[in-house]
Design a protein around this ligand. Sequence first.
Ligand SMILES: NC(=O)C1=CN([C@@H]2O[C@H](COP(=O)(O)OP(=O)(O)OC[C@H]3O[C@@H](n4cnc5c(N)ncnc54)[C@H](O)[C@@H]3O)[C@@H](O)[C@H]2O)C=CC1
Ligand SMILES: O=Cc1ccc(S(=O)(=O)O)cc1
Length: 494
Amino acid sequence: MQPAQPDLYPHARRWRDHQPQYGHLIGSAWRDASAVIGVTAPATGRPLAWLGRGGAAEIDDAVAAARAALAGAWGRSTAAERGRILQAFAALVLSHCERLAWVEAHDTGKPISQARADIRAVARYFQFYGEAADKVHGEVIPYLNDYNVAVVREPLGVTAHITPWNYPAQMFGRTLAPALAMGNAAVLKPAEEACLVCLELGALAVDAGFPAGALNIVTGLGEEAGAALTRHPGIDFVSFTGSPEVGRLVQEAAAIHHIPVVLELGGKSPQVVFADADLDAAATSVCKAITQNAGQTCSAGSRVLVERSVLDPFVGLLAARFGALRIGVPEEDADLGPLINATQQRRVLDFIENAKRDRLPVITQAKVPTQHTNGYFVPPTVFGPVNADNPLVCQEVFGPVLALQVFEGEDEAVALANGTEFGLVAGVWTRDGARQQRLARRIVSGQVFINCYGAGGGVELPFGGTKRSGHGREKGLAALEEVSTTKTVVNYYG
Ligand SMILES: NC(=O)C1=CN([C@@H]2O[C@H](COP(=O)(O)OP(=O)(O)OC[C@H]3O[C@@H](n4cnc5c(N)ncnc54)[C@H](O)[C@@H]3O)[C@@H](O)[C@H]2O)C=CC1
Ligand SMILES: O=Cc1ccc(S(=O)(=O)O)cc1
């Protein structure tokens, strides 16, 4: 066992086997864990930390603390006051950026530069929504004579947030900042696989001035703490990011109490490359879109659709990009790191081995450096051409595995792009302006990028899916509508 660096984990409640052990953050106070879950570092396979294994009792207390916050100082706060606290928190996060980035990098295995970008994104979420908090206005409706009708915007109440392990820090910012800006009190159940940074961020939120109970964090297993939270009668909204299977359970639980849900359930996002495109730029983007975060991104570009007439040159460019990939542990700051755990590694390796067994052509496969045998690494691999009914086209792999499909003409490109159950993100590469517009309309997806992909993940840009990728919008001002409601006040003064 390798001793952890205490400076990275100042808010650990205890130390156990030389590893930090965290409690739950309920009502701005730490609650010792009555049971624990071990966390492993994906890059080394070694023990990293201990998390509380919360359940129904901790969730009850967290929901009660949130309810009390709404009845107290937090519920009485003005929008401007809330905005100032969110912005103070953003500044505090930035001042701890390096430490938080290392916590995130060790916990997820991602390259340190990516982890730093993720922490800056957390600050940006709280800055953006902090600035927006007092700029969300209601409206006055011209109605009958002698009536004044105001439509005012109000928080939903207690919001529940269930987040995944691929971007623990970013998800913290993405889901909590809009909810808190609108005056809700939140309970977060982050993923048990990786969430140390959420606990450190939670501690900084207390320092930044969020009143007791405005933000509560209970860690634990999905089927225990997660299920207890989504079924709890005291919550008024659920935001969930994760698998479609659990998304269905979350929506079923929410239906019991008729509360709204935002579901972000991943995708099988295509990039469509036409013969007239800048093939060099497209190849670079296609490689990055499937290898960033080792392919563990809901919006990963996991399919590339290539027009037949440029198949050979494009395949050459793609093979060169994959051949140049650097794979390593966070400290090496390579292009990609390991997957999150042995289960995900086995799952993705199975996809690769099954495809090879089915004699699917391998276009290119990068090599994992031999010194990294203990981490959960998977070699980035491109298969193609792949038929539309192949599992690599239909199922979310959630690893660095790209499926290449071939098309002739616009209609076939659209049919293939829309040919899965998902609809999260799409990329279109063409210099033809009219075709850009046609494709943007014909592709069924929450986002369409033209001659780019991802565009830096801007906080300002509404994000979410259609079809099996989920519903509701996060990011941008659109997120504020999901976590608030309107009240129509009709005043007769005649
Ligand atoms: N859209 C995205 O960003 C993500 C998609 N996934 C997809 O899901 C696959 C499996 O990954 P998992 O970690 O198993 O995802 P998951 O959907 O089981 O986990 C996501 C979150 O849901 C919680 N959860 C699990 N069961 C729950 C339940 N019954 N009630 C309430 N909450 C529950 C987990 O504790 C975690 O916080 C991946 O291979 C990938 O395809 C996984 C993570 C993120
Ligand atoms: O995993 C889903 C995911 C992660 C990050 C982003 S973005 O950086 O905000 O674009 C989007 C989706």
